[in-house]
Design a protein around this ligand. Sequence first.
Ligand SMILES: [Zn+2]
Length: 244
Amino acid sequence: MQFALVDGERSRPKKGLRGNCQYCDGEMVAKCGRYIIWHWAHMPGTNCDPWWGPESEWHRGWKNLFPEDWQEIVHFDDRTGEKHIADVKTPHGLVIEFQNSPMSFEELASRESFYKEMIWIVNGDRGSVNPNYFNLGLMWQGEILLRPLVRYVKWMSRSRLLHKWSAATNPVYIDFGFMGLWRFFDFRFEDDVGAFSPLEQDWLVEACLLGESIPIAYVPEENEDEYNSRLRLTDYDEGEDTSC
Ligand SMILES: [Zn+2]
């Protein structure tokens, strides 16, 4: 974790510092080193939040786009007494979960029913070539809807990333590294085609900071050429304009 309580104050890890977990109150030691992500670690044998896992650079990078006091927030369910640590919880009540590693369908469903108002941000560039596959899939001559811009992308990777995340009922955004951030809407299992909409990271962060609804990519007509060249697409089917 990035925060522990030191004399009752949420603190980042510093060499030699000890503190207590804000979730389970267990003793924690700051782990700081040249080659590790600085974090707070529990003493061996502590039972903390079963949903919490080790954090990657990717995780930290995203989390730190939000104010410190929105990060690692213990979320209570008054009715059941259940509690978990949300990666980010905005003052407007939205929980943002960053998911770097695979998760079971059961856990996905439990998290959604626990947090209710939430979005997922998923690492689609985790030790794999998925961004390249995504790029390849974009060049496939699939249907493209404009305003809002939704592309049908052929999923050619052997990774089950999309199969898994299609089970989510809350919005899923996949961070495909150099291929950018995409809202993932739907997946057709019969021909491995996913529906995606590109979204600037800044737009998503800004909407969350302001407590506004996150826009679905909208590309003004005059910018379409620029948009397509930025995606390095030279040849595509224009599809149907479904704007109303
Ligand atoms: Zn703990």
